[in-house]
Design a protein around this ligand. Sequence first.
Ligand code: B12
Length: 302
Amino acid sequence: MSTNDVVSVTPKYLIGAVTKLTGLSIDVVRVWERRYGAVHPARSDGGTRLYSDADVLRLKRLRQAVDKGFGIGQAARFSETELDEVIGETRQSLEATDPFGALRRRFIDAIQIMDVVAAEQELARAATLFSTREIVKNIVAPILKEAGERCARGEFGAAHEHLASGLLRNLLSSLLRLYPASSNGDAIVLATPAQERHEFGLLLAALLAAMHGWRVVYLGVDLPAPEIAHAVRLTNARVLVLSVSVAHSIIDDELRAISNVLPISTRVWIGGEEATRHRAIIERANWVLVRNLEELDDMLKR
Ligand code: B12
């Protein structure tokens, strides 16, 4: 694994593959999981367990601890740092093989037990060790995704999600302040339409724009079309960025309303999980559908 590799939390392996990758039998994997909560695999639509690279890595590390004479019950309760010590893998060597994954895992572990001090420490480390772009793409975006997946699996409650969201929002806001709007930069307005309250995709997009020297006018979420258009006119914005995560039919009406009231010269870039649902309006209004943050990063450069 190279220094920049990130251990993926995407569910992809069936249990048979996991046994090959870890050297553990199917029965052992099941018992470790059921009795000791060693890993929490996702389920396919049909209910089959699907393991991620992160699950496989954790099982391998637990196996190493067991090989060193620890009981699985004890090993499964170790924090990642304790596990590092136990299996003789120094923090430095873990950092060297997967610095982003190690940090993300420690943050998520801290959120799981609501240890705010440890969670804040991890974010402070991220801010000193990594570039803003690395923080956006390799720390904050994947942590939010994982928090979302844990919510869906019932491992995180609303309180966990709110705690993680609050800490990450503070981090992103303070990073945004590192790139003060310059009056020579072209203005870019960022908002979500009325009824769309998911803010993180938009906040990450705002940070990328600020890094490229745009004059960022971040309006946040849930804004009626006339308000967005007013801001675009007042700031003479060249680009409006919209983010859509939720599949409400009302969003379609809102997007149509935005396209009707915007100045004709404004370019609109729209992204988010549910943006493709609005292809008809996007095509009719000549907006650009931006598939992901990488693509946005490139467009902001030009
Ligand atoms: C946190 C959360 C909330 C929080 C939001 C808090 C906040 N301050 O943002 C709250 C509690 C408010 C919330 C409310 C609701 N939520 Co919600 N929420 C989530 C959750 C768990 C995480 C979303 C998140 O922040 N992800 C992290 C960010 C970084 O990822 P992202 O938004 O996908 O953005 C990425 C890309 O899409 C892209 N991107 C996003 N925007 C843009 C823009 C551009 C230009 C570009 C280039 C890229 C881009 O970049 C990001 C990084 O890769 C997801 C589940 C999940 N697993 O994602 C559900 C989820 C999005 N919510 C969902 C739902 C249904 C709701 C509610 C309707 C629930 C309810 N019954 O009340 C309400 C709707 C509120 C509303 N009207 O908007 C559904 C949406 C399903 C759908 N397709 O419609 C999801 C998928 C959960 C689910 N599995 O059912 N939610």
